[in-house]
Write a protein that binds this ligand. Structure first.
Ligand code: BGP
Length: 447
């Protein structure tokens, strides 16, 4: 028989502030880098999104109807410190206090992300994470949040997908928008900032269980050719292991560090940085999984030694992402083997074009299949003795995708927004997956 999920397994789902709340300049909120960025042509920007800022009571009661045990959401830095530092915006604290009150009324455990891609624009203007001053600003912001909401919030993540921020900065550097050294420096500064926050949390709020929330995936070489395996190893060491190794093990792995040296892009490490990083011990590994990645050796003379390809043995989503539920189990095995921490999945889900029917239905069997297959593999992993203690689907409700606006939907709840930011009623509709997931939770994942 398959293993059972722990009785107190945290079944839930996720959102992020910049993709769900909208109200981008309401009640004193400052502008984040997302608010000043230009969205891809024809897609929604982040001014309104799902208007969660005004709809959260209705949405949280829908989560309660589904029986969520927990809800992962992010706190917008610019609602608390509109300019990144300096004056606290009380209206921002009040908003999240009411979110917590609504969650408590539904017996839903809050799982809070301190930083989810929405750096205050004011800090970006001063060099963003490449500037060490941003470390202090993040620590001040985090202390304010941890102190203000203690003991209501037990589960915190420091930074959502630092490795995807790293990848985005690497892409910007390859286009000449910043230097590779600044990329490595910004990445290092995020490690230091997160470590300081974890140390503070453990010293002042022992009830808190805090950790990083990278996007981690098992990596396959395209063929058993040694050059493909060598390329996959470099890719894995930089895209995945770099983040767990520094945050959890306290050191840079030699493959990633050697790559920094090759590109003359080693970060400046202050005297006590590595001691700080080594002294911060995450309680949990929170991580996001969508699909594994397949790597082959790059052509001779390429800038980077690896090339990402689709896996010829897997199907892909309509947005071209490999579909690999078994790879989820492999990822869980590899992470537990290397980091030996209990884990909470903070994102897993299927982005798709959903259609609202004339009678207000959304039939999403493709999403039910994706989630069912991944939950099945997670259950097998738990049966192998891997301590997964929570699972949050991306996303609880439709919200704005990082690059495809509202055309790419992930929620259990459909939000009528049309496909751009200026149409739709904002009305909520339950998709078929709403009742399906409610049933999964009611039976604690059992068939
Ligand atoms: C992760 C982010 C989420 C969400 C998700 C889906 O990287 O943590 O914020 O965006 O990806 O990606 P996308 O919206 O690009 O489909």
């Amino acid at each position: 028989a398959l293993a059972d999920f722990p009785k107190d397994f945290l079944w839930g789902a996720s959102t992020s502030a910049y993709q769900y709340e909208g109200a981008y300049n309401t009640d004193g909120k400052g502008l984040s880098v997302q608010d000043v960025a230009t969205p891809p042509a024809g897609t929604a920007d982040f001014k309104i999104t799902s208007d969660g800022y005004h709809h959260y009571p209705e949405d949280i009661s829908l989560y309660g109807e589904m029986g969520f045990k927990s809800y992962r959401f992010s706190i917008a830095w610019t609602r608390i410190y509109p300019n990144g530092a300096g004056e606290v915006n009380q209206a921002g604290l009040d908003y999240y206090q009411d979110v917590l009150d609504q969650l408590k009324a539904q017996h839903i455990e809050p799982v809070a992300t301190l930083f989810h891609f929405d750096l205050p624009a004011a800090l970006q203007k001063q060099g963003g994470w490449a500037n060490r001053a941003t470390i202090d600003a993040f620590v001040q912001y985090a202390k304010t949040v941890l102190n203000h909401f203690s003991p209501q919030i037990t589960y915190y993540q420091t930074i959502n997908e630092q490795n995807m921020l790293f990848a985005g900065m690497l892409a910007a550097a390859l286009k000449g928008k910043m230097t590779l050294q600044e990329v490595a420096q910004a990445n290092h500064n995020m490690f230091v900032a997160a470590a300081k926050v974890m140390i503070y949390a453990h010293e002042h709020h022992p009830e808190i269980k805090i950790g990083p929330a990278p996007n981690l995936v098992a990596v396959y070489p395209l063929t058993p050719r040694p050059e493909d395996a060598l390329a996959a190893n470099v890719y894995d060491s930089v895209r995945n292991l770099l983040f767990g190794d520094v945050t959890i093990l306290g050191h840079y792995n030699h493959v990633a560090w050697h790559l920094f040296e090759q590109f003359h892009a080693t970060p400046e490490i202050a005297a006590d940085d590595m001691a700080t990083i080594a002294a911060a011990h995450p309680d949990l590994l929170y991580f996001n999984y969508y699909n594994t990645e397949t790597i082959r050796a790059a052509e001779p003379g390429s800038t980077l030694p690896f090339k990402k390809v689709i896996n010829p043995f897997l199907d892909q989503t309509e947005f071209g992402w490999d579909l690999d539920p078994a790879g989820f189990r492999l990822t869980l095995r590899q992470l537990y083997d290397r980091y030996n921490l209990p884990m909470i999945i903070t994102e897993n889900g299927l982005g798709a074009h959903d259609t609202l029917t004339a009678d207000g239905k959304v039939h999403d069997p493709y999403r039910i299949k994706y989630l069912n297959d991944h939950i099945y593999q997670m259950r097998l992993a738990i049966g192998e003795g891997i301590p997964v203690i929570g699972y949050h689907v991306w996303s609880a409700i439709d919200l704005v995708s990082t690059h495809e606006g509202f055309t790419k939907r992930y929620g259990f709840i459909y939000v009528d927004r049309g496909e751009t930011n200026d149409s739709g009623t904002l009305k909520r509709y339950k998709k078929d997956s709403f009742d399906w997931y409610k049933d999964v939770i009611a039976h604690n994942g059992d068939d």
